[in-house]
Design a protein around this ligand. Structure first.
Ligand SMILES: Cc1ncc(COP(=O)(O)O)c(C=O)c1O
Length: 381
């Protein structure tokens, strides 16, 4: 059981010795092994430089890692492209869809802005965003699907909304889309390696993610998933040597472009190798600890947090139904200034501002962490 291993698990995160860390939705703390995997590539270059054969070895390792990383969400190695961040993936998604003038993309009005920006950028091509209004941070499934009309070409959602913690029911949305040839794109930045995701069961066509939150990886690396079936229908807008079927074949003019037939055709040039090695390590740790156990623990801790806050008379956003809960909970604190001072003194990190706080419970957190936060809230009132 994860619970029995928690004190050992916590030793991997040095920051936990100093702080109560309830802020993974902003940035996850570094795990020693993930940090070491990223650093190894830097150390190698520092001490030995990087020969072409060593570079090729890195490419080989990064290619092998696709299977392990895609396995986290039941995808295939061929369906994974490395990106520099979630926003790059979201832009891939918006550019791969064969839109026609007058088409719309349905998305919640609290979506992380890169999602609507990628569609608003297609305005000159006649593509519009169709906003789904949220209520206290919630977007009921019926309301989301009710906004689909005959011109809806895609639904873009964040699995977990960054601005409320609301978790969408992926399987039900995917099922709806697949029957209607509506493209389903998911931004899983606030759920990857935290809540379980199965791209096949959920009929997800494309998925984009950052890795610096719940997977506790460095910034500047992400992934983009594109289902094999969808990839066969589309072609990339940007291309480069790294996305060719044989990267080491560098012909001179006249040259024929032979793109890889897999999602990696979206990769244009050298990627963030140290970030990829970190991502691979994070995927290994996640699979070892167990997706189910991590999912359950995060939700249990979040429920404990919610009960604790409600018992203190604190107003929480939502609150969401069980199936819409995640590792994020928002709460309102009219006495924010006083609370901020206390949290600072007691080394408790949450994301506090504008009269409310985003509190994130990850698997390495404990009931004791939450008790300490609740105590601070009680003292601040
Ligand atoms: C849901 C969601 N998507 C995307 C991002 C940003 O990711 P990136 O900076 O990698 O584009 C965030 C950051 O908070 C987020 O919460």
């Amino acid at each position: 059981m994860l619970e029995d291993r928690i004190s050992d698990i916590r030793k991997n995160f040095p920051v936990l010795e100093k702080k109560v860390y309830l802020d993974t939705a902003s940035t996850g703390p570094f795990h020693k092994a993930i940090y070491a995997a990223a650093r190894k590539a830097f150390d190698q270059r520092l001490e030995e430089g990087l020969s072409i054969s060593a570079y090729k070895e890195w490419v080989y390792t990064a290619d092998k890692a696709r299977k392990e990383i895609a396995g986290v969400f039941n995808g295939e190695a061929e369906e994974l492209a490395y990106t520099k961040n979630a926003s790059e993936g979201i832009n891939f998604a918006s550019r791969l869809i064969p839109f026609r003038p007058g088409d719309n993309v349905v998305m919640p009005d609290i979506s992380f802005p890169s999602n609507p920006y990628a569609i608003l950028n297609l305005k000159k091509e006649g593509v519009n965003v169709k906003w789904v209004p949220s209520k206290r941070g919630m977007i009921p499934l019926e309301s989301l699907l009710g906004h689909v009309d005959e011109r809806t070409r895609a639904i873009f959602i964040s699995h977990v909304e960054y601005a409320s913690g609301f978790a969408h029911e992926l399987e039900r949305i995917g099922e709806f889309c697949s029957g209607k040839d509506i493209i389903f794109h998911v931004d899983c930045t606030q759920s990857i390696m935290a809540l379980k995701i199965d791209v096949k069961k959920s009929h997800i066509d494309m998925m984009s993610s950052a890795l610096y939150k719940w997977p506790c990886c460095p910034l500047g690396v992400g992934f983009f998933y594109c289902s094999r079936a969808f990839m066969e229908r589309v072609s990339p807008e940007s291309v480069g040597w790294f996305g060719m079927s044989d990267r080491w074949d560098m012909p001179h003019p006249p040259l024929e472009m032979k793109l890889a037939s897999t999602a990696r055709c979206l990769e244009t040039g050298s990627p963030n190798f140290s970030g990829i090695f970190a991502m691979r390590e994070a995927a290994g740790i996640y699979m070892d600890l167990g997706p189910e156990a991590i999912h359950e623990r995060i939700l249990e801790l979040n429920a404990y947090l919610m009960e604790g806050l409600l018992a203190e008379g604190v107003e929480v956003m939502g609150p969401c139904q069980g199936c819409n809960r995640s590792g994020i909970l928002y709460a309102y604190f009219p006495y924010e200034k006083k609370l901020a001072e206390i949290l600072d003194k007691r080394n408790i990190q949450i994301n506090l501002g504008g009269g409310k706080a985003r509190i994130a419970t990850h698997y390495f957190n404990t009931h004791e962490d939450i008790d300490r936060l609740i105590e601070a809230v009680r003292d601040a009132r």
